[in-house]
Design a protein around this ligand. Structure first.
Ligand SMILES: [Zn+2]
Length: 442
């Protein structure tokens, strides 16, 4: 089946222009706008979930011909992160078309895939596609960019029966990997676990003009953050990483180095010379990463601060649990200073993964064709897939892209400036999803 790329493009432009910006606050997002857009496109209303005014998700279901056959969900989020127009070539919410490209926040994360899913699902809904044996469910979901609190997390916790499924497709798909052996298509099968921590420094307030003998909360916290940033991040070669390197198949010297904990960092330094985006991604896929991201302290220039707070974005590899994370933090900060700093959890989640085999894997392999191979890929970011994986669903992130953007450059567009996609890639992804639906039960 060939789905017109322009049709997917028109829908993507509409979703970008809806400006469903999620700044993390409950009153942001306004995903009801995109639910309305998709409802108009599909021509039928879905079942709505709205845990907070405006934070709508919508679900559409086509019943399969065999009630016992496994079900497939297409899961696409409709929210996007904020964008600073000053750093963009085209305004980020214009959905501008230029030279085959569509520009805008969400063009790769993930309104492109959400639009492609809607297009493929529409063919199932209107009977253009062969009637599926199992249920096909399309869930346009809110609040992915704030940990699914008013979206996937809320829906899976409160309405599991409505969204239970055997197989699930969602983000992240990416362009083919740089390899000299055939075409290597990354398919996301695993993701790291977000483990954000809040660090608190305590002090005793006093007059800023007389600091002698006061306890300034900013000072120990700043020192702790500096030590965290300067301590090398623990490296680990996981089974997921081994599977990725085997599928990617870089030349053998490099492959060996990438699987050797003693040579890995050196290999990453070499890759960064040619492809800094790819090197950053490899580093994240092979290390516990620890990134200080927020710092607040003090209230006024002439008051000694009695409290200071920092947030640290920590991402755990499979096998790295809470104990090993805390162990790293305490060692990096040092035992004496650690006594002065309180550490509390903001989010705590393990890595999640799905097996890279079985009917859905084979359906995707069949859809990309014999000349390409699928590479089971772990991603450093969290997606809504984890809420289903933890309940036993096999979940993959997919997409197909033309060769207009290389893998490393593509990764840099996520939450970055000048996010854009070619209309041709939208058509490829929509056709891929439609083809996977056509193959899953055959
Ligand atoms: Zn996303």
């Amino acid at each position: 089946m060939t789905i017109p790329a322009s049709e997917v493009g028109d829908l993507l432009v509409a979703l970008i222009r809806n400006e469903c910006v999620n700044d993390g606050s409950p009153d942001s997002g306004h995903e009801a706008r995109s639910v309305e857009t998709i409802t108009e496109y599909l021509g039928v209303a879905g079942r709505l979930f709205e845990p907070h005014p405006g934070r709508q998700s919508a679900l559409w279901r086509v019943r399969g011909t065999d009630p016992d056959a496994p079900s497939l969900m297409l899961l696409g989020h409709t929210d996007v992160v904020p964008a600073n127009p000053a750093t963009w070539t085209h305004p980020p919410f214009s959905g501008e078309r230029s030279g085959g490209w569509i520009w805008g926040r969400g063009a790769v994360d993930m309104l492109n895939v959400t639009a492609a899913m809607a297009a493929a699902f529409k063919r199932v809904l209107d009977g253009t596609a062969h009637p599926p044996e199992g249920d096909v469910i399309f869930l346009a979901v809110a609040d992915e960019e704030a940990a699914g609190t008013l979206g996937a997390r809320w829906i899976t916790e409160n309405h599991w029966d409505d969204v239970a499924c055997d197989y699930l497709l969602t983000e992240v798909g990416a362009p083919a990997l740089p390899t000299s052996v055939g075409t290597a298509i990354p398919v996301t099968v695993a993701e790291k676990g977000p483990n954000w921590r809040r660090l608190k420094g305590k002090g005793i307030s006093g007059h800023g003009s007389q600091p002698y003998g006061t306890l300034n909360a900013i000072v120990p916290l700043a020192e702790a953050i500096t030590r965290l940033a300067e301590t090398p991040m623990p490296v680990d070669v996981t089974d997921e990483w081994r599977a990725f390197v085997a599928g990617w198949a870089p030349e053998s010297d490099l492959a060996e180095a990438l699987l050797d904990v003693d040579r890995l960092d050196e290999a990453i330094d070499l890759i960064t010379l040619d492809d800094p985006g790819f090197a950053r991604w490899i580093h994240a896929c092979t290390h516990l990463t620890v990134t200080p991201t927020v710092l607040h302290g003090g209230v006024k220039s002439n008051v000694v601060p009695d409290s200071a707070v920092a947030s640290v974005d920590i991402r755990a590899l499979p096998g790295q649990d809470t104990a090993s994370i805390l162990d790293h933090l305490r060692k990096a900060i040092g035992p004496a200073l650690a006594e002065e700093i309180e550490i509390e959890a903001i989010t705590e989640a393990g890595a999640s993964s799905s097996v890279a085999s079985g009917p859905l894997w084979e359906a995707i392999g069949g859809a990309v064709g014999a000349e390409a191979r699928l590479v089971p890929t772990m991603i450093p970011v969290a997606t809504d897939a984890r809420f289903w994986r933890s309940r036993g669903t096999v979940a993959y992130g997919i997409g197909l892209y033309d060769d207009s953007v290389a893998f490393g450059e593509f990764l840099g567009m996520f939450h970055g400036a000048d996010e854009r996609i070619t209309e041709a890639s939208l058509g490829l992804t929509a056709d891929l999803i439609a083809d996977v639906i056509g193959r899953l039960w055959s």
